[in-house]
Design a binder for this molecule. Structure first.
Ligand code: IMP
Ligand code: MG
Length: 179
Protein backbone atom coordinates (compact mmCIF):
# COMPACT_ATOMS: atom_id res chain seq x y z
CA UNK A 1 0.00 0.00 0.00
CA UNK A 2 2.81 2.43 0.89
CA UNK A 3 4.36 1.86 -2.53
CA UNK A 4 1.39 3.62 -4.11
CA UNK A 5 2.07 6.85 -2.22
CA UNK A 6 4.14 9.51 -3.94
CA UNK A 7 4.58 11.78 -0.97
CA UNK A 8 3.27 12.32 2.57
CA UNK A 9 1.34 15.59 2.64
CA UNK A 10 0.34 15.62 6.31
CA UNK A 11 1.95 13.44 8.92
CA UNK A 12 0.07 11.97 11.88
CA UNK A 13 1.62 14.63 14.13
CA UNK A 14 0.57 17.48 11.83
CA UNK A 15 -2.97 16.14 11.61
CA UNK A 16 -3.15 15.87 15.39
CA UNK A 17 -1.91 19.45 15.84
CA UNK A 18 -4.31 20.86 13.22
CA UNK A 19 -7.26 18.94 14.68
CA UNK A 20 -6.48 20.28 18.15
CA UNK A 21 -6.36 23.87 16.85
CA UNK A 22 -9.62 23.54 14.92
CA UNK A 23 -11.34 21.99 17.94
CA UNK A 24 -10.13 24.82 20.15
CA UNK A 25 -11.36 27.46 17.70
CA UNK A 26 -14.80 25.82 17.44
CA UNK A 27 -15.00 25.55 21.23
CA UNK A 28 -14.30 29.29 21.54
CA UNK A 29 -16.63 30.36 18.71
CA UNK A 30 -19.61 28.36 19.99
CA UNK A 31 -19.07 29.01 23.71
CA UNK A 32 -22.30 28.45 25.67
CA UNK A 33 -24.01 26.86 22.67
CA UNK A 34 -24.86 23.29 21.85
CA UNK A 35 -23.66 22.12 18.47
CA UNK A 36 -24.69 19.34 16.14
CA UNK A 37 -21.75 17.81 14.30
CA UNK A 38 -22.74 16.17 11.04
CA UNK A 39 -20.15 14.10 9.30
CA UNK A 40 -20.30 12.72 5.82
CA UNK A 41 -19.37 9.07 5.56
CA UNK A 42 -17.21 7.43 4.80
CA UNK A 43 -14.33 9.81 4.12
CA UNK A 44 -14.82 12.05 7.16
CA UNK A 45 -15.13 9.26 9.72
CA UNK A 46 -11.54 9.40 10.96
CA UNK A 47 -11.47 13.20 11.17
CA UNK A 48 -14.86 13.22 12.93
CA UNK A 49 -13.66 10.71 15.52
CA UNK A 50 -10.64 12.89 16.29
CA UNK A 51 -12.13 16.38 16.17
CA UNK A 52 -15.21 15.60 18.25
CA UNK A 53 -12.89 14.82 21.14
CA UNK A 54 -11.19 18.21 20.76
CA UNK A 55 -14.46 20.14 21.03
CA UNK A 56 -15.26 21.04 24.61
CA UNK A 57 -18.98 21.80 24.18
CA UNK A 58 -22.21 19.96 24.72
CA UNK A 59 -22.71 18.37 21.34
CA UNK A 60 -24.64 15.79 19.43
CA UNK A 61 -23.32 13.92 16.44
CA UNK A 62 -24.95 12.52 13.36
CA UNK A 63 -23.90 11.03 10.06
CA UNK A 64 -24.91 11.23 6.43
CA UNK A 65 -24.02 8.91 3.62
CA UNK A 66 -23.93 10.42 0.15
CA UNK A 67 -22.45 9.30 -3.09
CA UNK A 68 -21.22 11.48 -5.91
CA UNK A 69 -18.01 9.88 -7.07
CA UNK A 70 -18.31 6.36 -8.36
CA UNK A 71 -14.84 4.91 -8.48
CA UNK A 72 -13.16 7.71 -10.44
CA UNK A 73 -11.20 10.66 -9.12
CA UNK A 74 -13.58 13.47 -10.15
CA UNK A 75 -16.95 14.22 -8.58
CA UNK A 76 -19.96 13.70 -10.82
CA UNK A 77 -22.00 16.43 -9.16
CA UNK A 78 -24.80 13.93 -9.14
CA UNK A 79 -25.34 13.69 -5.39
CA UNK A 80 -27.38 10.84 -4.03
CA UNK A 81 -28.46 10.79 -0.37
CA UNK A 82 -28.08 7.25 0.87
CA UNK A 83 -28.54 8.03 4.56
CA UNK A 84 -29.96 11.30 5.83
CA UNK A 85 -29.43 13.03 9.21
CA UNK A 86 -31.71 11.51 11.89
CA UNK A 87 -31.71 14.47 14.29
CA UNK A 88 -34.11 17.36 13.47
CA UNK A 89 -32.10 20.47 12.53
CA UNK A 90 -34.57 23.19 13.43
CA UNK A 91 -32.90 25.81 15.66
CA UNK A 92 -29.63 23.87 15.81
CA UNK A 93 -26.11 25.18 15.29
CA UNK A 94 -24.83 22.71 12.74
CA UNK A 95 -21.21 22.09 11.81
CA UNK A 96 -20.57 19.81 8.87
CA UNK A 97 -17.38 17.83 9.35
CA UNK A 98 -15.79 16.99 6.01
CA UNK A 99 -12.60 15.32 4.87
CA UNK A 100 -11.96 17.42 1.76
CA UNK A 101 -13.65 20.25 -0.09
CA UNK A 102 -12.87 19.89 -3.78
CA UNK A 103 -15.41 20.95 -6.44
CA UNK A 104 -17.83 21.88 -3.64
CA UNK A 105 -20.69 20.27 -5.58
CA UNK A 106 -21.38 17.71 -2.86
CA UNK A 107 -21.45 20.21 0.02
CA UNK A 108 -23.34 22.78 -2.02
CA UNK A 109 -26.10 20.26 -2.57
CA UNK A 110 -26.13 19.11 1.05
CA UNK A 111 -26.07 22.60 2.54
CA UNK A 112 -28.97 23.79 0.38
CA UNK A 113 -30.92 20.74 1.44
CA UNK A 114 -30.17 21.16 5.16
CA UNK A 115 -30.88 24.91 5.14
CA UNK A 116 -34.49 24.19 4.29
CA UNK A 117 -34.86 22.55 7.70
CA UNK A 118 -34.28 25.91 9.44
CA UNK A 119 -31.12 25.35 11.45
CA UNK A 120 -29.98 28.37 13.49
CA UNK A 121 -26.63 28.26 11.69
CA UNK A 122 -24.67 25.97 9.45
CA UNK A 123 -20.90 26.01 8.91
CA UNK A 124 -18.31 23.71 7.40
CA UNK A 125 -15.20 22.33 9.04
CA UNK A 126 -12.98 20.56 6.55
CA UNK A 127 -9.62 18.96 7.16
CA UNK A 128 -8.48 19.70 3.62
CA UNK A 129 -9.40 22.34 1.07
CA UNK A 130 -8.52 22.01 -2.62
CA UNK A 131 -9.58 25.45 -3.96
CA UNK A 132 -8.20 24.74 -7.44
CA UNK A 133 -11.01 22.24 -8.00
CA UNK A 134 -13.90 24.49 -7.01
CA UNK A 135 -17.01 24.52 -9.23
CA UNK A 136 -19.68 25.61 -6.75
CA UNK A 137 -19.48 28.60 -4.44
CA UNK A 138 -18.84 26.98 -1.09
CA UNK A 139 -16.53 28.27 1.63
CA UNK A 140 -15.56 26.51 4.80
CA UNK A 141 -15.28 28.51 8.01
CA UNK A 142 -12.79 26.03 9.46
CA UNK A 143 -10.03 24.68 7.23
CA UNK A 144 -7.23 22.42 8.39
CA UNK A 145 -4.95 22.76 5.40
CA UNK A 146 -5.11 23.90 1.79
CA UNK A 147 -3.81 21.24 -0.58
CA UNK A 148 -2.51 21.41 -4.16
CA UNK A 149 -4.34 19.96 -7.12
CA UNK A 150 -3.45 16.30 -6.58
CA UNK A 151 -5.44 13.26 -5.57
CA UNK A 152 -4.85 12.52 -1.90
CA UNK A 153 -5.64 9.46 0.18
CA UNK A 154 -5.39 8.29 3.77
CA UNK A 155 -6.87 9.34 7.11
CA UNK A 156 -10.31 8.35 5.80
CA UNK A 157 -9.83 9.46 2.19
CA UNK A 158 -10.05 6.76 -0.41
CA UNK A 159 -9.31 5.90 -3.96
CA UNK A 160 -11.72 3.20 -5.12
CA UNK A 161 -12.55 2.49 -1.44
CA UNK A 162 -8.95 1.77 -0.54
CA UNK A 163 -6.22 3.58 1.45
CA UNK A 164 -8.67 4.93 4.08
CA UNK A 165 -6.71 3.19 6.82
CA UNK A 166 -3.44 5.04 6.22
CA UNK A 167 -2.78 7.12 9.35
CA UNK A 168 -1.44 10.09 7.32
CA UNK A 169 -2.59 12.01 4.23
CA UNK A 170 -0.53 11.30 1.14
CA UNK A 171 -0.54 12.06 -2.57
CA UNK A 172 -1.41 8.98 -4.59
CA UNK A 173 0.91 8.14 -7.47
CA UNK A 174 -1.00 9.11 -10.66
CA UNK A 175 -0.11 5.78 -12.26
CA UNK A 176 -2.35 4.09 -9.68
CA UNK A 177 -5.49 5.73 -11.10
CA UNK A 178 -4.47 6.18 -14.72
CA UNK A 179 -3.62 2.57 -15.42
P1 IMP B 1 -16.60 17.63 -4.10
O1 IMP B 1 -18.07 17.55 -4.32
O2 IMP B 1 -15.83 17.62 -5.40
O3 IMP B 1 -16.19 18.80 -3.23
O4 IMP B 1 -16.19 16.27 -3.44
C1 IMP B 1 -16.02 16.10 -2.11
C2 IMP B 1 -15.77 14.65 -1.83
O5 IMP B 1 -15.02 14.03 -2.86
C3 IMP B 1 -14.96 14.49 -0.58
O6 IMP B 1 -15.77 14.36 0.54
C4 IMP B 1 -14.15 13.26 -0.87
O7 IMP B 1 -14.86 12.13 -0.43
C5 IMP B 1 -14.01 13.22 -2.36
N1 IMP B 1 -12.70 13.76 -2.80
C6 IMP B 1 -12.42 14.95 -3.37
N2 IMP B 1 -11.10 15.10 -3.62
C7 IMP B 1 -10.53 13.96 -3.16
C8 IMP B 1 -9.16 13.51 -3.11
O8 IMP B 1 -8.18 14.17 -3.49
N3 IMP B 1 -9.00 12.28 -2.56
C9 IMP B 1 -10.01 11.50 -2.10
N4 IMP B 1 -11.29 11.89 -2.12
C10 IMP B 1 -11.55 13.11 -2.65
MG1 MG C 1 -15.12 10.08 -0.71
Amino acid sequence: MLNDIEKVLMSEEEIREITKQLGKKITEDYKGKEVLLVSILKGAVVFMADIMREIDLKCTVDFMVVSSYGSGVKTSGNVKIIKDVDIPLSGKDVIIIEDILDSGLTLNYIINMLKERNPNSIEICTLLDKPSGRKAEVTAKYIGRTVPDAFVVGYGLDYDEKYRNLPFVGILKPEVYTK
